[in-house]
Design a protein around this ligand. Structure first.
Ligand SMILES: O=C(O)CCC(=O)C(=O)O
Length: 330
């Protein structure tokens, strides 16, 4: 496809030079006041609607005593999960793909930040996650890892930006994230898959132990976001409150990296080689989509129904990074 002769001008850079430097030097940054409550409320409403609809179905099946709808966003799923895990597990991760979630992923304030860090041809990475961190839930604590532990090695040297955003204030008590600062320049360290555990894990000996990398606790207010690189080690611990610590983590990358979004490839873009040397995507199991582009504007996904179709019709392909399995006592 021919490229337009004069692409639209770049968006103004939302991060100050000091914030930009902090992100690159420390491997993380909290950007405050990115969203208003009004920006986030449609996502909360969409999640509430989905939780209640799924709860009603479970009540009909006799698996749940009642919907607990009156408890509201911060408590309903916790009460449901004391009776059945089925509902929480059915919405965890990138399963929900409704219009409000889609509109959050393509919110202009986020795309401006992502563009400043990843460049103007922007892929919404397939790895977006909804995390209802429920008190005393086995999926709640997330062990130390780098996001690249999950991605194809080919993408290790490029930025895949994580935008972690809480839907209620994230505090040390309810399990906000911890980050090992300045450890993102050391490449991908060994991860292991611990038997019967849901997440990859960096064993303590493999974590950086220099004083400069001493983990910091990063509370984040609703409306603010935590930015991480794909090489920044991070973790979150138990939620010790009685609230559900709802959060989402979204990811963005340049369209020149491997992607399974059906986009026109331009000169210099990575193209899958079929032998796995250049993979089909940084994370092939789920569907990427183009969220902003000046060179391929007609290919940007703007219709929520199209987003839902892309996500639901994707068939996993390509490689998935492999790590050793270790027994549960490790
Ligand atoms: O939300 C959490 O507790 C963990 C998030 C995380 O590990 C990630 O976004 O990669």
């Amino acid at each position: 496809m021919p490229q337009p002769l004069s692409p639209a001008p770049l968006s103004p850079a939302p991060l100050t030079p000091a914030q930009f430097r902090h992100f690159h030097d420390e491997g993380y940054l909290v950007a405050d006041h990115v969203f208003t409550d009004a920006d986030l409320q449609p996502v909360i409403d969409e999640i509430n609607h989905e939780v209640t609809a799924r709860a009603e179905a479970l009540v009909k099946e006799g698996k749940l005593s009642r919907t607990f709808q009156e408890l509201g966003f911060e408590h309903q799923l916790g009460a449901i999960s004391r009776e059945t895990d089925q509902l929480a597990m059915s919405i965890w991760n990138g399963v929900l793909n409704g219009p409000a979630i889609f509109n959050l992923i393509r919110h202009s304030a986020l795309l401006d930040i992502a563009e400043q860090l990843c460049g103007p041809e922007l892929i919404g990475s397939s790895v977006y996650r909804l995390r209802p961190k429920i008190p005393n839930h086995r999926m709640g604590p997330v062990p130390w890892h780098q996001d690249s532990g999950y991605f194809e090695p080919y993408c290790d040297k490029s930025l895949v930006l994580t935008v972690w955003l809480p839907l209620i204030d994230a505090t040390p008590e309810n399990g906000c994230l911890w980050v090992a600062p300045r450890a993102h320049r050391q490449g991908v360290v060994r991860h292991v898959q611990v038997e019967n555990k849901p997440y990859l894990h960096i064993l303590s000996n493999d974590l950086p132990h220099e004083p400069r990398n001493k983990p910091v606790c990063v509370p984040v207010k609703k409306g603010s976001v935590l930015l991480l690189t794909n090489l920044s080690p991070h973790a979150s611990y138990e939620n010790k409150t009685d609230l559900v610590r709802w959060s989402m983590d979204l990811r963005y990358q340049s369209a020149s990296l491997p992607t399974n979004a059906p986009i026109t490839r331009l000169e210099g873009d990575s193209v899958p080689t079929g032998d796995g040397l250049v993979p089909t995507a940084c994370y092939p199991p789920e569907a990427d989509f183009l969220v902003r582009s000046r060179l391929r504007p007609s290919e940007v996904v703007t219709d929520p129904a199209e987003f839902e179709r892309i996500r639901n019709s994707h068939r996993a392909g390509g490689l998935s990074r492999k790590w050793d399995n270790v027994p549960a006592y490790a």
